[in-house]
Write a protein that binds this ligand. Sequence first.
Ligand code: RP5
Length: 162
Amino acid sequence: MNSPPIGIIMGSDSDLPTMQDAIVACEEFDILCEIGIVSAHRTPERMVDYAQQAHVRGLKVIIAGAGGAAHLPGMVAALTPLPVIGVPVISRHLQGLDSLYSIVQMPAGIPVATVAIGNARNAGLLAIQILATHDPALLEKVQEYRQSLAQIVIEKQAKLEE
Ligand code: RP5
């Protein structure tokens, strides 16, 4: 039981520039995360092992990013009782629509919470919000973050009115 609460996995190191935004979100909220390359197609046994051991090791939420025939989030969700957040990575040929459709259309019973194409930041924030349901201090930080977003809008409006 010595894992950080959030596991961030991706199908290839080529997904890392996208998934970096989830890592940054965790850093901003001082939440530890582990990062791994786990390919559903190239390392299927590793994927099975990772998913089956995740809750045993103490992980609470898994963020899984993949592009193209993006089976990683769905297969991991099928193998773990933990919540899985899927990140469709922008692909070379279909601009990530293939990734999105591969991740979002899960059958009833095996959910993957899918964020917008390329939006790993939202995946990180959603994972943090899941943790915050059992952590009042973290919940407070989430609310402060929301207030900072509102403040940005208010400042932009004020500039428009100058
Ligand atoms: C997927 O294939 C990965 O998630 C990645 O988005 C895509 C391409 O992988 P590479 O050929 O760049 O390693 O499995």
